[in-house]
Design a protein around this ligand. Sequence first.
Ligand code: BG6
Length: 492
Amino acid sequence: MFHKNLDSFPKDFLWGASSAAYQIEGAPTEDGKGKSIWDVYSHEKGNTYHGTNGDIAVDHYHRYKEDVALMKKMGLKAYRFSVSWSRVLPKGEGEVNPKGLQFYRDLIDELKKAGIEPVLTMYHWDLPLTLQEKYHGWESTKTIAAFTNYAKLLFKEFGTKVKFWVTINEQNVFTSMGYRWGTHPPKKHDFKLMLQVNHHINLANAAAIKLFHQMVPDGMIGPSFGYGPTYAKTSDPEDVLASINANDFNNNWWLDVYCTGKYPYFCKKQFEKLDIMPKVTKEQQAILEDPEAHPDFLGINYYHGGTFQQNRIQKVVNSGKQEQFDKTDPYLMQPQQGQANEPEVPMFNNVENSYVKKTQWGWEKDPTGLRITLRLVYEKYQLPIMITENGLGALDKVENGKINDSYRISYLADHITAMQQAITDGVEIIGYCAWSFTDLLSWLNGYSKRYGFVYVDQNNHENGSLKRIPKRSYFWYAKVIKTNGADLGNEE
Ligand code: BG6
C-alpha cells in the first residue's frame, strides 16, 4: 500500500518501554525471594558471557523509585515489566511471600502516581528453581497447575490496578533456547521434548487467560510473541515453499494455537510423521480451543526476520556456548530465532539476507519487516497489537558524561515510521514499548550489549556505580511522546 500522508497515532497511544525482572531487579534472595532457574544457570561456568548474572543487575529492586521518576520526567505512557514468580511464591507454589507482593504493589502504585500505565508480564523466563527441581519445570503438567495458581494470585492482587497483562514472554525463544539449542536452562538438545514442553506452556497460557476473563473482566491479556517474518531467498518456488514452511513453524506454530487453539495443519502432519508431535488429548484440545482462553490482544516483540531457502540439510550453527565467544571481540553473536535447523527437521534452511544491514551483534536491521509483521499478524488474527519489544542492542560509550546514541534514535525512528505505515494500512496498534527503559543484563551478552534510554553504570565485572544517565535517545523519545509521534527528527 502507498500513502501520500501517514495517519496520526491514535490519541491514547501507549508510548512505552519494557524490562524483565531478572534483567533489572537484582536482590535474588532478598526479603524472602526464592531462587529461579536463572539464578543458578548464570552461576554455572561457561553458560553466560564472562559469567555475568543478575545478582545485582541494575539494582532496580532498590532503585525503582528513581527509575519511575525518570520515566515520569520522560513522559512515558506505559511501562512493561515482569513479575519474578519466585519473588512472590518462593517455591513456585504454596506459601506466598508478602514482601515480594509488596514490592510489585509499590512499583505499580508508583507508576500509577506518575500517570504511567503498567503492563505486567507474568512470565519472562525466570521459572522458580523448586519447580525445576521437583517437576522438571515445564516438562511436567504439574507446572501448568502451579502457573495457574500463580496467575490467580496476581489477578487477585493486581487485577483492579493493572489493565494490560502479558502471560508469557517469547515462548518460541525460551523453549528453543532451553530445549533445542541448549543455550538457556535447562540446556537440553531434544526437539521432541521441546515440542512437548511447548504444548504444556500453551495449556498454561490458555488456563491463565481463561481465569483472567473470569477474574479481571475489564482488563486485556495476551502473550508476547517473538515474531520474525520469513522471506524466500529467491523466487525459485522451492525457496518460496521453504519460506512458507518456516512461517508455519517459526510463527504459526505458536500464534495459531494462542488464537485458535489449533496447531498448524501441515507442520503438525510433518511432526506426526517424524514421531515428534506431542500427544494432545481431547480435553487439552478443548482447553486450547475455548474462545475464553484466547487473547484480547497480541504482544509482538520484533527485532528481525529470517530468510530461507529450500531444505538442504544444514548443521546447527552457533550453539551460543561460552567457548564460542571471542573474548577480544565485543560484537558477540548469539543464536537467533530460526537460525538452526536440525537434520531431522528438514523443512527449511536459514540463510543470509543481502538486502539488510546488521547491528554490531549481527542482528538484521529491517524496519519494513516490522510493517510486514504487523500486516500479517493483524490480517490473520484480527486482534489489537501492542509492540511489547523493539530496540537496538549496541555498545554505548560515555563521553564527557554523555551518551550520544544517535544510531539508536535512527533505528527507533525507522521502526516507528514502519509502525505508522502499518497503522495507515489499517492495523490496530495500541502501543509501542521499546526495549528497554534502562540498560539491563543481556541474558547471554552481559552488560556490553545495551538497549536502554537510560545508561546504567554497570559492567561485566558487576562493580559499576549503578548511576543512571539519560542518553540522547531519552530526550528524543520524550519529544516523540510529547508530539504523539509527529516529530521523529534526530537533530541535535
Ligand atoms: C528478547 C527478550 O528476546 O530479546 C529480552 O525478551 C532480551 O529479554 C531481548 O533481552 C534482547 O536480547 P539480547 O540477547 O540482545 O539481550
